[in-house]
Structures are given as structure tokens and as C-alpha cells.
Write a protein that binds this ligand. Structure first.
Ligand code: ZN
Length: 200
């Protein structure tokens, strides 16, 4: 993804004109296509979660570089990356452009189906109400997230939507994978935003 998103700094791909959102989406879809079956396959084993989360963190760093709140997500199947995405809310002027939502959409496109019951989602931050809803709708097999979100988390912190027996699907969830790194990138981002806001 680094290479692709680096391309966004080229004048023709900058998301700052009327076609900016389209340019950003194009980069994102191109990346999603590259990640489809036959693409990167990670070694299986007990550190698979850590490796996938490291990829989600890499995506979060790309978000930070674009001035977006750094949250990254990866959808994988059998240790293979299907799609990657990061938060693009500011760039796309889209309140629903959270990393998880974009990654699920990209994975559906890559696999040619909306049902992702053989896939796992790795995301650096505990999903919000919207994304937890999308995860249930996708019939996802497994959710792995890094750091808990006490203010908006809807998987364990505020709500337990992915584990609610009243809904028609429940998702096995694992939390705390690379939690310190996932939290640190967010703290650093908000710290730097606060300090730059103080500069007159
Ligand atoms: Zn969300």
C-alpha cells in the first residue's frame, strides 16, 4: 500500500481538487484489487494475527500521513490478504469511510460476494457502532482488533454488537493484538494535532 498511496502525492492524484475523492478511491480500489486471492499470502502460525495487525498498522500510518485519524484494517482469508484500507473520512468527505467499512467493501468486490463468512478482519482500533454493524452484516468469521476504544467501541467497550444473541450472526473476537502500537499511533496523531493547533 505504501507504494500506491505514495502515488497520491503526485499532482494528478492529489485528493484536493474536484476529482480528489475519485482519485483517492481509485488508488484504494487498485490496492484492493492487488490484494485479492493470489496476492500476498502470510505464513500461518501463532504469529499470524501479529503479522496481519502489522499490515493494518502500516495502513494506519498511511492514514496519518494524509492527515486522517490513523486507523487501518485488513481482511484476510486462510492467511491471505484479500483487502486493505485505512480511514479516509476527510479525504472522501464521507462520514462512513472508516477503515473497516472500506476494507469490507473492498473484500466483497475482490471476492465477488457480500458474504465474508470465511474471512477475518484485522483492525487497529475497536470498531464503532457502524462498523460493528457492517461486520455482522458481512457474516464475518472472526474479528481481531488492537486497542479498545472506550469512547466509541461497539464490540466490548460501550456495546457488544458482534456478540449479541438477538442478532442473526455473532463474530468471534480477539482484542489486544499489538495494542500498544495501535494506541500509540493514535495518541501521537492527536498530540501533534493539538500542538499544531496551538501555533498561531
Ligand atoms: Zn467505524
Amino acid at each position: 500500500m505504501s507504494r500506491d498511496m505514495a502515488a497520491s502525492s503526485r499532482p494528478e492524484a492529489r485528493p484536493d481538487g474536484p476529482d480528489g475523492a475519485e482519485a483517492a478511491l481509485r488508488l484504494y480500489w487498485n490496492d484492493a484489487r492487488r490484494g485479492r486471492p493470489g496476492g500476498t499470502r502470510m505464513a500461518s502460525g501463532e504469529d499470524l494475527d501479529g503479522r496481519m495487525m502489522a499490515l493494518a498498522l502500516e495502513a494506519a500510518r498511511e492514514a496519518a500521513a494524509m492527515g486522517e485519524v490513523p486507523v487501518g484494517a485488513v481482511v484476510a482469508r486462510d492467511g491471505e490478504v484479500i483487502a486493505r484500507a485505512f480511514n479516509l473520512r476527510e479525504t472522501l468527505h464521507d462520514p462512513t469511510a472508516h477503515a473497516e467499512r472500506l476494507a469490507l467493501t473492498a473484500a466483497g468486490r475482490a471476492l465477488g460476494r457480500w458474504r465474508l463468512d470465511d474471512c477475518s478482519l484485522y483492525v487497529t482500533l475497536e470498531p464503532c457502532v457502524m462498523c460493528a454493524g457492517a461486520i455482522v452484516h458481512a457474516r464475518l468469521a472472526r474479528l481481531v482488533y488492537g486497542v479498545a476504544d472506550p469512547k466509541a467501541g461497539a464490540c466490548r467497550s460501550l456495546y457488544r454488537l458482534t456478540d449479541d444473541r438477538r442478532l442473526n450472526h455473532r463474530v468471534a473476537a480477539t482484542s489486544g493484538v499489538l495494542a500498544r502500537d495501535c494506541g500509540e499511533i493514535l495518541s501521537l496523531f492527536f498530540q501533534s494535532r493539538r500542538s499544531s493547533a496551538k501555533i498561531p
